[in-house]
Design a protein around this ligand. Structure first.
Ligand code: NAP
Ligand code: GDD
Length: 344
């Protein structure tokens, strides 16, 4: 029988990759989309899947709407990818972020409990919950210490998912996913900001790219690999929590140098802290500058995940290396800027 999946946040990066995966597996995919004055469907178009999904109006903030959506499509599986997902913005929007990323999760869980508690649920949890990390590498057993309103809200979302699993026997899983990127990544996240920014510098549309903390280290993987892990979690006999990560960490500076090389720069960093600059050795031009305004009030200095549980129980493994990820993103943005075709 055809399975139905409801994906919240379908218009985002992961939503596009998950939609392609589930359609390929023969699912009926219902996409939950919040109202915008202009429809925001470019990623689904780009992925070539827009015509194959059913779209429904949805907002994380409105319980009655969530109930109607779930009653309307009767999903076998719900993937809750919707969130205010930008850590930097969460410092300016702490209450809103909590409403979406913390209370939004319990709204969906309550609706599932009322309508059909057998519905399988995936919660998009995050390595941001580890924050000021207590151990390295981080696993499902590492204590949490969030460093942002986003991390704190997601920690509630994680805890309430575990709680509904334990209280009501629901098939609810929490994927503790480390950073994952792609050519469909939002422009405000650092990887995409770098690839798009440097491509614009190369083609004369910008002078340089301004960045914040170049020392921050992240465990960066490819979004296409991570949505496969989400699906595998919901195919297990029972819900559980899983870390998905590559097991390697790199500084923002490393990503800049790698992406820069693909775009045609040979970037050397000089100076320290707010005075640090990235200079193209070929032209002598400064292409990256630090702007202190982009520092966060509290930073997550280092993330490095250990995905042994997912590898053992789900048979999951990342397939795209850090250099290949940076190369794919840089090439995509270089081409978009060259063709004047930046759509998202
Ligand atoms: P994204 O590109 O920012 O997409 C977020 C999605 O949430 C968008 O579709 C957005 O809709 C939707 N949304 C935001 N507020 C909403 C609301 N109030 N009601 C309904 N929909 C709303 O994020 P992503 O990178 O795909 O990440 C997917 C999920 O995984 C997020 O929950 C994120 O926090 C989590 N996560 C991501 C990573 C990562 O590295 N990518 C790692 C760990 C966890 P619009 O298109 O209308 O804005
Ligand atoms: N966005 C951004 N912009 N980040 C910058 C910049 C800049 O100009 N300069 C330096 N950084 C640093 C940030 O301070 C952070 O340490 C790091 O680059 C990564 O920032 P983001 O790409 O914004 O990602 P994030 O790690 O804060 O959050 C992402 O990953 C989480 C999983 O760990 C998001 O996708 C979250 O939704 C996700 O949960």
């Amino acid at each position: 029988m055809t399975k139905t999946a409801l994906i919240t946040g379908i218009t985002g990066q992961d939503g596009a990759y998950l939609t392609r995966l589930l359609l390929g597996k023969g699912y009926r995919v219902v996409g939950a989309v919040r109202r915008n004055s202009v429809p925001n469907l470019t990623r689904l178009e780009d992925m070539g899947v827009l015509k194959d999904v059913e779209l429904v109006g949805f907002d994380l903030l409105e319980l009655s709407n969530i109930i109607h959506v779930i009653e309307g499509c009767r999903p076998d599986e719900i993937y809750n990818l919707a969130a205010q997902s930008f850590v930097g913005a969460s410092f300016d929007l702490p209450v809103y972020t909590g409403d979406c990323d913390a209370l939004g999760v319990v709204r969906i869980l309550e609706a599932i409990r009322m309508i059909n508690p057998k519905t399988r649920f995936y919660q998009a949890s995050t390595s941001e919950m580890f924050g000021k990390v207590r151990e390295t590498p981080q696993t499902e057993m590492t204590p949490f210490h969030p460093r942002s309103p986003y991390g704190a809200a997601k920690l509630y979302g994680h805890a309430i998912t575990v709680n509904y699993r334990e209280s009501y026997g629901m098939h609810a899983s929490s994927g503790i996913l480390f950073n994952h990127e792609s050519p469909l990544r939002g422009q405000e996240f650092v990887t995409r900001k770098v690839t798009l920014g440097l491509a614009r510098v190369k083609h004369g549309h910008a002078e340089m790219v301004e960045l914040g903390n170049l020392d921050a280290k992240r465990d960066w993987g490819f979004a296409g690999d991570y949505v496969e892990g989400m699906w595998r979690m919901l195919q297990q006999e029972a819900g559980d929590d899983y870390v998905l990560a590559t097991g390697q960490t790199h500084a923002v500076r490393d990503f800049v140098q790698l992406a820069g090389r693909v775009i045609g720069f040979d970037i050397a960093f000089e100076g320290h802290g707010a005075s640090e600059q990235g200079i193209d050795r070929k032209s002598g031009k400064t292409v990256v500058r630090v702007n202190e305004k982009l520092y966060r009030p509290a930073e997550v200095d280092l993330l490095l995940g250990h995905a042994a549980k997912a590898e053992r129980k789900l048979g999951w493994k990342h397939t795209v290396s850090f250099p290949d990820l940076a190369t794919g993103m840089a090439e995509a943005d270089e081409q978009r800027v060259r063709d004047n075709a930046v759509r998202f």
